[in-house]
Design a protein around this ligand. Structure first.
Ligand SMILES: CC(C)(COP(=O)(O)OP(=O)(O)OC[C@H]1O[C@@H](n2cnc3c(N)ncnc32)[C@H](O)[C@@H]1OP(=O)(O)O)[C@@H](O)C(=O)NCCC(=O)NCCS
Length: 171
């Protein structure tokens, strides 16, 4: 397994990412979509993301296993005048067949390292309070900042609390 940061997402990568997103959403992950997530809707998300990727505002990493995408994460670099020290981690996804092997940890390390390199000193993210992800972040140095009840719907439509996390990156 190795991790790359693509400058662009080609059609094959978009197709594989769509399958990865479907796997996560249809498996119950609350990452912005309802189930069943169709291939078309998933593909549309990555087409749009591909257009938005830019080194100064939105970056993306891919975990590859035998040339197939098995995980991904995004780093959104805040562009506001008062937020240029800040970034947000988004869409950390690992395919259900490849979990528990440290792929998410390595993706997060890649995104954090990149944030440090461009001088960001604060990272934030939010996730379903009851998700596996919420139980992993504290072990990676993330501080919980609090829960908001009934914030988003899980893929099955049931509202759940969201937990905000932050991580200070020493300069
Ligand atoms: C959350 C998610 C990204 C974790 O991916 P992963 O590659 O399995 O995670 P890792 O293998 O890097 O595991 C990290 C740690 O958690 C542990 N872990 C992994 N899966 C676990 C599980 N189901 N239950 C408990 N611990 C688990 C690992 O042992 C590892 O411990 P370590 O860091 O001390 O070595 C993955 O479950 C996923 O894609 N879920 C669906 C999408 C989602 O919810 N994303 C988060 C959005 S914010």
């Amino acid at each position: 397994m190795h991790i790359i940061e693509p400058r662009h997402l080609d059609a094959t990568q978009q197709q594989q990412l769509a399958a990865l997103l479907q796997d996560c959403v249809n498996g119950g992950a609350s990452v912005g979509f309802l189930a069943p997530l169709s291939g078309q809707e998933a593909a549309h998300y990555w087409q749009q993301l591909a257009r938005e990727l830019h080194p100064t505002s939105l970056r993306c990493w891919l975990a590859l296993h035998d040339d197939s995408i098995v995980g991904t994460v995004q780093l959104a670099l805040c562009g506001k005048a008062n937020g240029r020290h800040r970034g947000e981690i988004q869409k950390l996804l690992v395919h259900s067949r490849h979990r528990g092997r440290g792929i998410a940890r390595q993706l997060m390390q890649a995104a954090e390292q990149a944030a440090r390199e461009v001088g960001r000193s604060l990272l934030v993210l939010d996730t379903d309070s009851e998700s596996v992800a919420a139980s992993l972040y504290p072990g990676w140095g993330w501080q919980p900042a609090g829960d908001i009840p009934a914030y988003a719907a899980r893929p099955d439509g049931v509202l759940h609390a969201t937990r905000y996390f932050y991580k200070l990156l020493p300069g």
